[in-house]
Design a protein around this ligand. Structure first.
Ligand code: NAD
Length: 359
């Protein structure tokens, strides 16, 4: 059956890394129907809006979306802010496509244990951050200026059902792992966090096979550095998840390594999702062939796993990535003496070659 994938390469290094992800998907031997559309700054330059209706339509018609990254200094001062790539494209894409569950696996790749900034501390990290993606302070209204621009208001709202559905997803993921969830909030201060904790506690009673504990967000930020090995699944709300997942991702050595999946509800047994690297458009290295394509390639593997239930090829891609790294190939962000420095395309070629030769 054809797998229809909307490809939104976006800005900066987005197109460079997405080209490698497509090459690798094709190297699995499966057949895909890739349809490309503009998003972010590229779409703004083309037609004056970072999320054209045609792009959203394409996503709705597809089985999954593969996204590069959006944004860049050129677009930071666009007025009104609703036309900036992140606010005008990423947030509405998540909302319109109901992508409420952001899954970020953070795993140290075997050959890269040395690259963790936590030198000599642990042997590796293997955790998943489960972030609520369509609620909380990034979305709730009002968000406005008052008092002649001198007072700023961002409202944070969470509803019980929003917490229930993300927690349900976390229980499913935890069962595929060590069955441990740390739910992160700021229940000593925020009312939304008190509701969060109440609901997660109720749900833990209904799911006694999974161990659930609660942690305040400031403590979690500290524990991630002190002892990241203690975490299996971190379940948290939108803004805390944004910050903690970037912090956790650096434990592996580079932002260029980490994939993410943003999932909506399953329909007819199929999970619709948007798959993208955790990193942004990296304007400082765009167009130089220096971007690490691994995050985008591993995002494509997550797409096979979650949206196409193709665990076999997802694992093959992950193994081909390990193989290229074990062979010493490195882009500049993870390069150390004794490795072979390669470009974005060369690393993508090596991973695709491995898949073809192992077919
Ligand atoms: P960034 O992730 O783009 O870059 C941070 C640093 O990491 C830079 O030094 C960059 O060179 C490096 N880096 C990132 N990805 C890399 C890769 N694949 N290989 C090698 N090095 C890599 O974050 P930023 O600089 O804060 O943001 C740049 C732009 O991207 C901004 O406009 C921001 O809003 C946007 N952004 C977009 C997304 C998204 O599209 N989902 C996410 C984050 C940031």
């Amino acid at each position: 059956m054809a797998r229809n994938v909307a490809v939104l390469a976006g800005d900066g290094i987005g197109p460079e890394v997405i080209a490698q992800a497509i090459k690798v998907l094709e190297a699995t031997g499966s057949s895909f129907n890739f349809e490309h559309a503009l998003v972010g700054g590229a779409a703004y330059d083309d037609g004056g809006h970072p999320l054209p209706a045609a792009t959203l339509d394409l996503c709705r018609r597809s089985d999954a979306v593969l996204l590069g990254a959006v944004g860049g200094p050129k677009y930071d001062s666009i007025q009104p802010p609703e036309l900036r790539p992140e606010v005008g494209a990423l947030l509405p894409l998540r909302r319109e496509l109901s992508l409420y569950a952001n899954v970020r696996p953070v795993k140290t790749l075997k050959s890269l244990i040395k690259n963790s900034p936590l030198k000599g501390s642990r042997t590796g990290v293997d955790l998943v951050v489960m972030r609520e993606l369509t609620g909380g302070i990034y979305f709730a209204q009002p968000r406005e200026r008052r008092d002649n621009g001198n007072t700023a208001v961002d409202t944070c709202i969470y509803k019980r059902e929003e917490i229930v559905r993300i927690a349900q997803r976390a229980f499913v993921i935890a069962r595929q792992r060590r069955r441990e969830i740390v739910s992160v909030d700021k229940a000593n201060v925020l009312e939304t966090s008190r509701l969060w904790r109440e609901v997660v506690t109720e749900m833990s009673r209904l799911n006694p096979d999974v161990k659930v504990t609660h942690m305040l967000v400031d403590n979690c930020a500290m524990q991630l550095i002190r002892d990241p090995g203690q975490f299996d699944v971190i379940l948290t709300e939108n803004m805390f998840g944004d910050i903690l997942s970037d912090e956790a991702s650096m434990l592996t050595g580079s932002l260029g390594l980490l994939p993410s999946a943003s999932l909506s509800d399953s329909k007819d047994g199929k999970v619709f999702g948007l798959y993208e690297p955790v990193h942004g458009s990296a304007p400082d290295i765009a167009g130089q062939g220096r971007a690490n394509p691994i995050a985008a390639i591993l995002s494509a593997a997550l797409m096979l796993r979650y949206s196409f239930s193709d665990e076999r090829n997802a694992l093959r891609i992950e193994e081909a990535v390990d193989h290229a790294l074990a062979a010493g190939l490195r882009t500049a962000d993870i390069y150390e003496r004794g490795n072979r420095l390669v470009s974005t395309t060369e690393l993508g070629d090596a991973i695709a070659f491995k898949l073809k030769s192992a077919a």
